[in-house]
Design a protein around this ligand. Structure first.
Ligand code: GLN
Length: 553
């Protein structure tokens, strides 16, 4: 079958959940036996989001092949369960970078280089490259931003052209819009949707289907009105109501017939979707037997998108343990020895988050020290692992000045230091140790038990590493190296001896947790925290929750 392309645009406002709609549609099509991938086109001029701060952009998601990408790729992987790559995220910065590089190389043979056709051709070639790979039946292309944005124009134009290049029958355009409810008027309003669709007409595109975000159900009359004014069939007006959890969205979309309409319009023959695993997962999330509190200590707790994959990994791991993980957000730069008792009250586990720069480090060390001495389960990720080593060096080995050279270049004990190959790198974008690396696990360790394997592969994003010079001393004091990269002998995992669950990892396990394959370290960590909670009377038992009406049939 020729690959089919589904373009998804958004209108009226941002934050309508385009990424979740794309992921949900992708899942519904994949469970029908189709090979699906999702590509995100981002109209900003950064080459990738790697250089943006988490307040701007939320989490930077890293793929196996080391691309720093938009956090929507995380949703795509969590829903579809298949890895994405650098080809799945294209930005205007990347497009222009390549066009200008080609121009400097003389590739345009003296032509005037213009947005149309050179920039639009470059965009089209990126989309087609995925379709032409032969790996997929369906390529869903999510266009970032909102129609009408100046920076989005070349993308809409590229989509318009592509519809003819690959044949109209092989493409579908879905527009996501908002149908607001005006309380004072007691009515849903369709005008913003009409205007938004009109904006796309002006750019030469006609949406085939509309997904309408609304707070209250769309009745037949409203659907008819939208269909009539926006040139679509009434069955192609799909309502997307607020869901209790983003994992319920595929089920709501199925009820609305989104995937059914899509395969019909694209004339694809496909099996009925089998969503039984997904439904089991959503049921487990909505009806946990226990609830525990786990502290997430980080610098951006007032901007939780920065930790999106960690939050979702907890949800996956919670479902496995039949346990709701209530995350207690603790701002590391406001945590100290005086208030730690209060701020970490009633938690059964502590996760110290990844990050960059020295702000909040002392708070992280305080949290780690409490987890270590109180034998409470601790999970340190990347910077969190580096902090665990610093805390151990200072408080157990007695090296008072121990630090990472990231925060104190002159420390007498540089127990965390720049990796050798990083020493001469000054450019910021895409220059860290990025992407998947192997890690050999030490038999008998908590990590090896969790994974049930000897060799694993995990994704990285860091410049600093544990300084091998201090390993022997750290180990003899009880901080064991339980995971190592075999090629370069880099420390990837440390664990505290004589502690039920104290694990620090240099990589980012959260990036590989999916609904289908919850991450073993998160599953194990939540299991250990649940045990701690049980032993210390910190667990809420929720059997009563069963009376809550299941959302699913
Ligand atoms: N700042 C640390 C480093 O570069 C940790 C990075 C991270 O947590 N992702 O090594």
């Amino acid at each position: 079958m020729e690959p089919k392309y589904i373009f998804v645009t958004g209108g009226v406002t941002s934050s309508l959940g385009k990424g979740i709609i794309c992921s949900s549609l992708g899942l519904l099509l994949a469970t029908r036996g189709l090979r699906v991938t999702i590509q995100k086109l981002d109209p900003y001029i950064n080459v990738d989001p790697g250089t943006m701060n988490p307040y701007e952009h939320g989490e930077v998601y890293v793929t196996d092949d080391g691309a720093e990408t938009d956090l929507d790729l995380g949703h795509y992987e969590r829903f579809l369960g298949i890895p994405t790559s650098q080809d799945n995220n294209v930005t205007t910065g990347r497009i222009y970078y390549d066009v200008i590089t080609k121009e400097r190389q003389g590739a345009y043979l003296g032509q005037t280089v213009q947005v149309i056709p050179h920039v639009t051709d470059e965009i089209k070639s990126r989309v087609k490259a995925i379709g032409d790979s032969g790996e997929y039946d369906i390529v869903i292309v999510e266009i970032g931003g909102t129609v009408g944005d100046i920076e989005g124009l070349p993308y809409i134009e590229a989509m318009r052209q592509l519809r003819y290049d690959v044949g109209r029958q092989n493409t579908l355009s879905i527009h996501l819009t908002l149908v607001p409810y005006l309380k004072a008027a007691g009515e849903l309003k369709t005008k913003p949707t009409q205007h938004s669709v009109k904006t796309i007409y002006e750019l030469g595109m006609q949406p085939d289907m509309l997904v309408c975000r609304a707070e209250v159900p769309l009745d037949h009359g409203i659907r008819r009105k939208i269909a009539q004014f926006c040139n679509v069939e009434i069955e192609d007006v799909i309502a997307s109501l607020d869901a209790r959890s983003l994992y319920e969205v595929p089920l709501l979309m199925k009820e609305e017939g989104l995937d059914q309409r899509v395969i019909r319009k694209l004339q694809i023959k496909a099996d009925e979707p089998d969503l039984s695993n997904w439904i089991r997962f959503v049921d487990a999330v909505s009806h946990p037997e226990h609830r525990i509190r786990i502290a997430l200590v980080g610098k951006y707790v007032d901007h939780q998108d920065a930790y999106m994959s960690i939050v979702e990994a907890f949800r996956h791991a919670g479902a496995v343990n039949s346990c709701e993980v209530d995350i207690v957000w603790v701002s590391s730069d406001q945590l100290n020895a005086q208030n730690a008792e209060k701020k970490l009250k009633d938690v059964s586990g502590i996760l110290v988050a990844p990050g960059f720069g020295g702000r909040g480090i002392e708070g992280k060390l305080e949290a780690i020290s409490r987890a270590r001495t109180q034998k409470m389960p601790f999970f340190g990720i990347c910077l969190g692992m580096q902090c665990a080593v610093i805390e151990f060096a200072r408080n157990v080995c007695g090296w008072k000045d121990a630090n990472s050279t990231e925060f104190d270049p002159d420390t007498y004990y540089p127990i965390v230091d720049l990796m050798l190959e990083q020493k001469n790198i000054h450019d910021k974008g895409g220059t860290m140790r990025l992407g998947a690396y192997d890690c050999a696990l030490e038999e008998g360790s908590n990590s090896a038990r969790a994974y049930g394997e000897h060799m694993i592969s995990e994704r990285h994003r860091h410049r600093y590493e544990l300084n091998n010079k201090y390993l022997e001393d750290l180990e003899s004091n009880g901080l064991l190296v339980t995971g190592r990269n075999p090629e370069r002998n880099l420390v990837e995992i440390v664990e505290a001896e004589d502690h039920p669950w104290f694990v620090g990892v240099q990589f980012h396990p959260e990036l590989k947790s999916t609904v289908e394959r919850p991450h073993p370290l998160f599953v194990n960590f939540v299991g250990a925290a649940l045990k701690y909670a049980n032993e210390n009377g910190l667990v809420a038992h929720l059997q009563g929750n069963k009376e809550e009406k299941p959302v699913l049939k």
